[in-house]
Design a protein around this ligand. Structure first.
Ligand code: RUB
Length: 302
């Protein structure tokens, strides 16, 4: 898929979810590099940087997208000629996609140990890492059922319900506001992550903060699934990720409501570290306070 097609599909959410958009962007950069032939190094660097900018402009909150693009372009500036710069982008892109896919799988493998005995799980939105965790827990005989929050307004919970059902996991779809009603039955919460900040704050789909606070009220452990490329390096110097606001039409059509009513559609929220029991990464389950260590160890130089 070329750069513009990939960017448009990320913008309109045909391609969505933090890991998937990062992999799609890396793959598009790799394919773009492959499509180039015999140009000046300067010209190649300029065009690949424009392509990268177009891709990262699509969605602001999933830092995986920004990190995936940076990791794909890592080292390219210091190449001495076009051929080796082109080859580096192609191999970085392939390595990132492979690493990302295997990280999602490893996150899943670490999850069953977090469930002491069989019980019910709750989740929100659609996260490939959280689905990987829930399927692995089910295979280990730990899941008696999953409550999938519908996730207004885009209803990604339906995708989760479908994926879990196809994997043989018993799943019940609930509206988001039913999360408190069902929480007394729940043993553990697994959610995805768009961005993980250095203080251990988890940024994920709107409603995740509500889910974490509700889980805390019922003493239900709350785990975020976050591969290392979802950690925000610049948060160690205080940067916070931007929370994306999307069109009001995702909530209600113009015909349904008078024009005088303002509609506000923030699509992610920030879960403070004190509500997070742990973060499942491909390199182990960590406490939120250790997020900074992951940034220092795995995200240097990007
Ligand atoms: C998706 C969402 C997911 C995270 C993690 O939001 O919030 O929980 O992106 O997903 P949207 P994954 O549908 O707006 O992209 O684990 O697949 O990276």
């Amino acid at each position: 898929m070329d750069i513009e097609e990939t960017a448009s599909k990320i913008e309109d959410m045909t391609i969505r979810g933090a890991g998937r958009i990062a992999r799609a962007a890396a793959a598009a950069l790799g394919e773009y590099a492959e499509s180039t032939s015999d140009m000046k190094l300067k010209e190649f660097l300029e065009s690949i940087s424009n392509a990268a900018q177009r891709l990262v402009s699509t969605r602001p909150t999933a830092i995986s997208l920004h990190n995936g693009v940076r990791i794909t372009l890592r080292g390219v500036d210091s190449r001495k000629d076009f051929k080796s710069a082109r080859a580096l982008v192609i191999s970085n892109a392939a390595a990132f996609v492979e690493h990302s896919n295997s990280a999602v799988e490893k996150v899943g493998q670490l999850a069953p140990a977090l469930m002491k005995k069989p019980g019910k799980v709750i989740t929100i939105c659609n996260s490939s890492a959280a689905v990987s965790a829930m399927v692995a827990c089910h295979k280990a005989g730990k899941v008696t059922g999953v409550y999938a929050c519908e996730t207004r307004p885009r209803r990604q919970g339906l995708i989760t319900a479908r994926e879990l059902s196809e994997a043989g996991v018993p799943v019940t779809l609930i509206v988001d506001s039913a999360m408190r009603y069902v929480m007394p039955e729940v043993s553990i919460a697994f959610v995805g992550t768009d961005t993980l900040e250095s203080d251990g704050s988890v940024i994920n789909k709107i409603g995740t903060h509500l889910l974490a606070a509700t889980a805390r009220d019922f003493k239900v452990p709350f785990y975020a699934c976050a591969e290392t490329y979802k950690f925000l390096p610049s948060s160690k110097i205080g940067r916070r990720v931007e929370i994306e606001k999307r069109s009001s039409r995702e909530i209600v059509s113009n015909a349904e409501i008078p024009g005088s009513v303002e509609i506000f559609n923030p699509v992610f929220d920030r879960v403070p570290p004190e509500l997070v029991t742990g973060i499942i990464t491909e390199v182990g389950v960590i406490k939120p306070a250790d997020a900074i260590k992951i940034i220092k160890k795995y995200l240097g130089g990007i």
